[in-house]
Design a protein around this ligand. Structure first.
Ligand code: NAD
Length: 276
């Protein structure tokens, strides 16, 4: 079962489900990404701060897949915000990836205390105009940051990648993105695999469909229209997590999962997160 695309606001097609490589060491990333590409993933989510762009790039090169068949996302780290630093950081990311363009480039965090995301995004607009980033967007931006960004720059972000899972459903952000034409991408879509996959309601729906809890949660995201990038380094789970396009949840299942919202973050609050 093939992964369908989401059409971004500039016409670029992004696979709705991809493979995230946070916390995969560089020397393991090559094997992990190779396994994902073999399993049918065609979208890879990395970041400069993950320090695995090299391994990721090697796996893409070794796969023999045509470049245009793989959607590559990377992200600009906080200490590189600002116009000139962004230009240099982007060159360094491309160099590590061994690519001459990325499909999607994201500002990793807004870091409002630093007040550099507007200048940073202006560099992104230049990279986009030059065709070196086919789409540009942001991550961890709150609606207030997006409002300022769209007021002061020209290219509406294609994507906002935010923490999103059944315990943190982000209703307000998703509605706002919808109004603005920004696609919502869910990070930690499985809630980092912790308690969420043992929640009785999720387990019951899994049993009903003869699927795993992870597949149920990923299918819930897909039916809501979210882009998802689950992570695993276990080959059987890598394969399991992409096998969610040959069954559907019914309204009752969707409602039971939607009832699990607790507005509870696992990760940091974007309003204050300023790690350099
Ligand atoms: P996730 O929700 O994808 O959970 C991953 C964990 O869940 C795994 O380490 C494993 O323990 C477990 N798991 C995975 N598949 C499973 C399965 N089939 N059955 C049982 N357990 C399973 O969490 P994540 O890695 O935090 O997020 C996914 C990706 O999102 C990251 O790799 C990264 O690419 C991205 N991300 C982005 C940001 C950001 O600030 N933009 C932050 C965190 C993560």
């Amino acid at each position: 079962s093939k992964v369908p695309p989401i059409i971004l606001n500039n016409g670029v097609e992004m696979p709705q489900l991809g493979y995230g490589v946070w916390q995969v060491p560089d020397d393991e990333a090559e094997q992990a990404v190779a396994t994902a590409l073999e399993a049918g993933y065609r979208s890879i989510d990395t970041a400069a701060i993950y320090r695995n762009e090299k391994g990721t790039g090697k796996a893409i090169a070794a796969s023999g897949l045509p470049r245009e068949d793989v959607f590559v996302t990377t992200k600009l780290w906080n200490h590189d915000q600002g116009y000139d630093l962004t230009m240099r950081a982007f060159d360094a990311s491309l160099e590590r990836l061994g690519l001459d363009y990325v499909d999607l480039y994201l500002i990793h965090w807004p870091v409002p205390s630093k007040d550099k995301y507007i200048d940073t995004y202006k560099a992104f607009e230049k990279l986009h105009a030059d065709g070196r980033a086919k789409a540009i967007g942001v991550s961890n931006f709150l609606p207030e940051h997006l409002r300022r960004l769209t007021a002061e720059t020209s290219v509406v972000p294609a994507v906002n990648q935010i923490e999103l899972h059944p315990h943190l459903q982000q209703h307000e952000a998703r509605a706002f993105h919808g109004e603005q034409g920004i696609a919502t991408e869910a990070w930690s879509p499985l809630g980092q695999g912790k308690g969420l996959l043992e929640v009785p309601a999720v387990v019951a729906i899994a049993q009903k469909h003869g699927r795993t809890p992870a597949q149920i949660v990923l299918r819930w995201h897909v039916q809501l229209g979210n882009i998802v990038i689950p992570k695993s380094v276990t080959p059987s789970r890598i394969r399991e997590n992409i096998a969610v396009f040959d069954f559907s949840l019914d309204d009752e299942d969707l409602a039971a999962i939607s009832a699990l919202n607790e507005d509870r973050r696992i990760g940091p609050d974007p309003a204050t997160f300023n790690l350099a």
